[in-house]
Write a protein that binds this ligand. Structure first.
Ligand code: ZN
Length: 112
């Protein structure tokens, strides 16, 4: 398995997430709502936007953490091994989600 190719993908994805975090695309519309003399409905929609933004950021933060862990595993030489059962993770799964920690079998178990 070509680990260096996965490392490139992980580093690129990491850069995208860091860039996204810096742009804060919803910030402008929130400021716009706050600056207006709005009624309760406007306030509610403003709160929803904040909520969505926070949730997106949490997801991004989780992926960022998973990417960092994957990069650490690459350095240690344990990349591509399932965290739970220790078996190699299928390369097709790594291609789809390079920062995944577990194999598809263990992932399915988590859902149950
Ligand atoms: Zn497993």
């Amino acid at each position: 398995m070509d680990v260096s190719a996965f490392k490139d993908v992980l580093l690129r994805k990491r850069g995208e997430l860091v860039a996204l975090g810096g742009l804060k695309p919803l910030q402008h519309s929130i400021e716009h709502n706050n600056g207006r003399q709005g009624d309760m409905a406007d306030q509610a929609s403003g709160n929803n936007e904040v909520h969505i933004q926070l949730r997106l950021k949490q997801t991004d933060a989780k992926i960022l953490q998973a990417i960092d862990e994957a990069l650490t595993r690459i350095e240690k030489g344990s990349y591509g091994l399932c965290r739970d059962c220790g078996e190699p993770i299928a390369e097709a799964r790594l291609n789809a989600i390079p920062w995944t920690r577990v194999c598809i079998t263990c992932k399915e178990k988590q859902k149950l």
